[in-house]
Ligand binder design. Structure first.
Ligand code: ATP
Ligand code: MG
Length: 472
């Protein structure tokens, strides 16, 4: 197969062609770019250039042909270089051969041929290379049948799959990530090798695992990857809190739903129309984790998971620390899970405005995400029930909107500050100030006074007096 006419549109390949000739190093475009290009992706992002020789040398030569002269990032230790051209990152690497030690996924590297380099790649579809050399410019070099695998939508390792995953166990996560992204099948024997090597995931850093995990979560249908993680046994190593949710128990005719499969459905639901909401997806993933610890059977009533949202929210600290997830997002995830059932509890005509104001105050800007979660949480197959639940949430949304219009609680800031209180009563910082502030807040949320400075001032004078404070 010759792709020369198809790849000529991209100038960088011509420059590499000229430079390779000049420095007498054969060069190829390889990996993700070739795969995505053959899959017909509009504009594959990064380009990996492989050269039989020194990557840095080729990058320096290429940079001379680009105006204005681009900045080259040189990674001496790895013998690689990167420069940006046409909004793309172009990586240059010399072809190499790898060998592994049992306790590390970082290989010992020596220079090698194009074939050596293709051998060390993770999947046949990622080993495809296109020649950028004069004698066979545009020729597809496909030693493992990657093109056919692209057509058959199959993920297969070039060499023995057991050894491939054992050498670098991150490849197990990558297999599942590519399978979710491209909706490709992992070849059956390859999947068996993942199962056998699952415990080797422990030699991979948490950061690298989470990087792949997050990518899985961000695709259109994350359940594809989550199910594969579950079936391979990797999920119970990475997130045992989640796999514990699996299973249905039945007693005296009472059955509860399988909370694991329910969770996957909720994650898919929330992912349908929220393209970039990584942390809302994490919330959906973890929203029921308290259930396995709070499950109880109560005769004549059935299965209950009382307070699971509080228990679940408390479990988040541990999960975030263990997986090295960003501390900055922990508060949001905890708050969302803790409040995940509040909207449902606020459904009905007899619910007071003050209860809704309290939720608005607690959630602030995140109220919309919470409503999205509640809608995604409706996974019943019974259409009547589904419509009924949805309608209830829409009614609640309307009440929230109307209340917000009149009361502005969402980004609430007390109309009276601590300084106002100190100045009015001529006092230094003391506990009475906090007490008065809390009383003002509660009275506004309960609708006893309106949310403005004048009403709050009069209220403050009254409460100050009750606490024995004198106006200046
Ligand atoms: P994407 O950029 O969409 O994630 P990609 O295939 O380009 O996909 P990269 O992580 O950018 O993935 O890696 C570039 C290429 O390097 C891959 O196509 C593959 O050939 C090779 N590669 C990357 N990581 C590994 C690995 N852990 N084991 C073997 N080969 C790898
Ligand atoms: Mg890439």
């Amino acid at each position: 197969m010759n792709l020369s006419s198809a790849i000529t549109h991209n100038n960088i390949f011509h420059i590499v062609n000229i430079c390779s000739q000049r420095i007498k190093q054969r060069s190829y475009v390889i990996g993700g770019y070739v795969r995505d290009f053959l899959l017909g992706k509009e504009n594959p992002k990064d380009i990996d250039i492989l050269t039989v020789g020194k990557g840095i040398r080729l990058a320096k030569e290429v940079s001379k042909y680009i105006k204005p002269l681009p900045k080259i990032h040189i990674f001496k230790r790895f013998g690689t270089a990167m420069l940006e051209y046409d909004n793309k990152k172009i990586e240059f690497v010399g072809s190499r051969k790898e060998s592994y030690h049992f306790h590390s996924r970082k290989p010992i590297i020596e220079s090698g041929s194009l074939q050596d380099d293709q051998n060390r790649r993770d999947f046949t579809i990622n080993s495809l290379a296109i020649s950028l050399n004069n004698d066979d410019y545009g020729k597809l070099i496909d030693p493992f049948g990657g093109l056919l695998d692209l057509k058959k939508k199959i993920l297969r390792t070039p060499l023995d799959s057991y050894i491939t995953y054992s050498d670098d166990p991150l490849r197990m996560m990558r297999a599942i990530r590519f399978s979710t992204e491209l909706q490709f099948m992992i070849e059956e024997s390859s999947f068996q090798s993942i199962k056998k090597n699952k415990n080797r995931i422990n030699i991979v850093s948490k950061e690298r695992i989470i990087e792949e995990f997050n990518r899985i979560l961000l695709y259109k249908k994350p359940s594809i990857g989550l199910l594969l993680l579950y079936e391979s046994g990797l999920l119970s190593i990475i997130l045992p809190e989640l796999t514990l949710l699996q299973g249905i128990e039945e007693k005296n005719g009472f059955k509860h739903k399988d909370n694991f499969y329910h969770t996957l459905q909720v994650v898919d639901n929330i992912s349908k129309d929220n393209s970039n909401s990584l942390w809302l997806r994490w919330v959906a993933l973890l929203h029921d984790i308290g259930k396995s610890y709070t499950k109880k059977f109560i005769p004549k009533i059935g299965w209950t998971f009382h307070s699971h949202e509080f228990v679940g929210s408390k479990m988040i600290t541990n999960i975030f620390e263990r997986l090295k997830l960003p501390k900055g997002m922990m508060k949001y995830v905890k708050k969302m899970i803790k409040n995940s059932y509040k909207p449902v509890a606020l459904i009905g005509n007899d619910i007071s405005n003050s209860a809704i104001r309290r939720l608005l105050f607690d959630m602030g800007e995140d109220i919309e995400d919470l409503i999205k979660l509640c809608l995604a949480d409706i996974t019943t197959k019974n259409k009547e029930k589904k419509d009924h639940y949805k309608r209830n949430i829409f009614i609640l949304m309307n009440r929230i909107k109307n209340l917000e219009k009149s009361d502005h609680i969402r980004n609430w800031k007390s109309p009276i500050s601590g300084n106002d209180i100190m100045n009015t009563f001529d006092i230094n910082p003391c506990k009475e100030i906090g007490m008065i502030k809390n009383l003002i807040r509660d009275s506004i949320l309960e609708g006893k006074i309106s949310n403005d400075k004048n009403s709050a001032y009069i209220f403050m004078l009254k409460k100050g007096k009750e606490l024995g404070l004198k106006k200046k």
